[in-house]
Design a protein around this ligand. Structure first.
Ligand code: DGY
Length: 323
């Protein structure tokens, strides 16, 4: 019988996905400490044929440079891969895969949820009630901002950006404007009630809500900086379920404190799990702990996608989601 390939999962997954992985491979799950320490990585690279990291794994350089490495593939559990140096991986002969497609709806749902939460004071309202501060209904109590019929600006019109547009346009009658590096087919944009604009600034100037859906990484680091926050309308809200460092958090805190924008709904942060202390004291933002893909169905589907990629790779086929 051919020897079974060994797979290390760096952070526990939903049971169904781990069980499925076990039907194909000899599997170990690193239970902690999390994220997996550098010395555990070093040993793992000698002992496992495949490693399945997540967004919390900031891969040490040994991943790419280690002599005598046994690992041939990194099956990333997640669509974003800015925590992996793809060029270094390729140059060292490591294949990297991700999990596109399966978390589109969950992430767009979360983005819409944050938009509603910050515009309508849903999160603060919850605390108001729990804290015993609610004294009764009033025509002027805790007035939020109407969402229906407003203009949503989307930065990054890939799968998740388009899913967000679909929800906002068909569910909430919003007009959609967006910026995307490449041209999106007019028929696709029109089908979502959306119009592509030439620059990020053009979107920021007209949007009542701005939602970020671009990839992370060096190219988009601080894409939303002080200048661009200044381009937004004072009544506008910023929603970020992409990557924390797409936004200059110091500049965002300044804008939220000064009221140059109305609020923010943030699911991601530049130095997770650390949150900029300036954000913690502000009531015009809603903060979530990177929950974009956090449904049992989606996290299971992400794990199954990693399995699919590893099975294809070890069969000698090209993995469907090779980067
Ligand atoms: C992703 O898939 O990129 C999510 O942010 C979780 O990793």
């Amino acid at each position: 019988m051919a020897p079974t390939n060994k797979v290390l999962i760096t952070t526990p997954w939903p049971t169904e996905a781990v069980d499925t992985m076990r039907t194909h491979f000899e599997v170990e799950v690193h239970e902690g400490p999390l994220p997996m320490p550098a010395e555990v990585w070093q040993a793992a690279l000698r002992d496992f044929d495949a490693i399945a990291p997540t967004v919390i794994d900031h891969l040490p350089p040994s991943v790419y440079a280690q002599a005598g490495r046994r690992t041939r593939i990194l099956g990333n559990f997640g669509v974003g891969f800015n925590h992996i140096d793809i060029d270094a991986a390729r140059n060292s002969g490591l294949v990297v895969t991700n999990t596109p497609g399966v978390l589109t709806d969950a992430t767009a749902d979360q983005s819409m949820g944050l938009l509603l939460a910050v515009a309508r004071g849903i999160s603060l309202g919850d605390w108001h009630v729990r804290d015993g501060q609610w004294t009764g209904w009033s025509p002027t109590d805790r007035l939020g901002t109407q969402v229906t019929g407003k203009t949503l600006g989307i930065i990054g019109f890939g799968r998740i950006g388009q899913a967000m547009a679909r929800r906002a346009h068909f569910g909430f009658g919003m007009q959609i404007v967006f910026h995307n590096r490449s041209r999106i087919e007019t028929a696709v944009a029109q089908g979502l009630g959306a119009q592509q604009l030439e620059s990020v600034e053009a979107v920021l100037k007209v949007a009542d809500f701005v939602s970020l859906h671009c990839p992370g990484g060096a190219e988009t680091r601080h894409l939303i900086n002080a200048d661009r926050l200044n381009q937004m309308q004072p009544h506008a809200f910023l929603i970020n379920t992409a990557r924390g460092d797409v936004v200059d958090e110091d500049a965002l805190v300044d804008a939220l404190q000064a009221g140059t924008i109305a609020g923010a709904g943030l699911d991601v942060f530049a130095e997770e799990p650390r949150v900029h202390p300036g954000l913690l004291g502000l009531t015009n933002c809603v903060l979530n702990p990177h929950l974009g893909s956090a449904t049992l169905e989606t996290r299971t589907a992400m794990g199954l996608k990693v399995v699919e990629n590893l099975v294809a790779f070890f069969k000698g086929d090209s993995p469907p989601d090779a980067l």
